[in-house]
Design a protein around this ligand. Sequence first.
Ligand SMILES: [Zn+2]
Length: 273
Amino acid sequence: MVRLFVPMLHAIDGRDVRDRPSSISTAKFRRLIQYISSMGREVVDPHALLASEAWSSSSANTSQRLVCMLTFDDGNASDYTIAYPELCGRNYNGLFFITTGSVGTDHHMTWGQIKEMAEGGMVIGSHTHTHRWLPRLSLAEIREELGRSKMILEDKLGREVAFFGVPGGYYNRQVLQAANDVGYRLICTSDRGFNDIGKPERPLVLRRFGIDQRVGDGDMQRMLCGAYPFKMRLIGSVKSAAARVVGIENFERAAGVGRFLRVRAFGRSEGMN
Ligand SMILES: [Zn+2]
């Protein structure tokens, strides 16, 4: 059995993004990478997750092992300036979800940087074209958001883009349907949790853990041991309960946490970015 831990990272080094609590300091990011290395955790290539042979052979193995897949949302400039050199230095790869409409704008990577990373072994995925709240859109509009960014990325990079990171974590069955329809084979949500993978699903829908300044070093180490830190479980369940009582949209408006609340529109909400 393989337990997959997928950290979800946003901007690194909060100096440029003080209004975004999802960002983490460079020092904390480096400690996460250091823990992965010192604890001997394997960083998997996202493409390996799509290969059914990898999972069918590992599911025959009764001992459980924990592997990581590093993900970065939004195409922030720090993906190139901080994360990329750090990952290269360790021979790790990362999966970077790009909002294609934001490429080249303030605090975001340029196409030149994204291409250089793709050529340097990093994996590029889509984060839609305009980062809209997808459950509010029609199926046709969702297909347009997902399909357009896939087409742009494939055109710019000259390779297939099979990975999709849900913007804001907001999704419902229509979003999964549209992602599958336009050809994504792996979808990263913001639902918190590990992924116990015995056999591949199509598409593969993964849970992640948001890693930001609020996540302590002890929590990062516990997650690298496959444990769900109590504090994170508690925050998630309190937010879910509050959202259920007052309704998701009212809860966001009242709490002013709209873009930080992650929702599974068919019944469950999660609290990380
Ligand atoms: Zn995002």
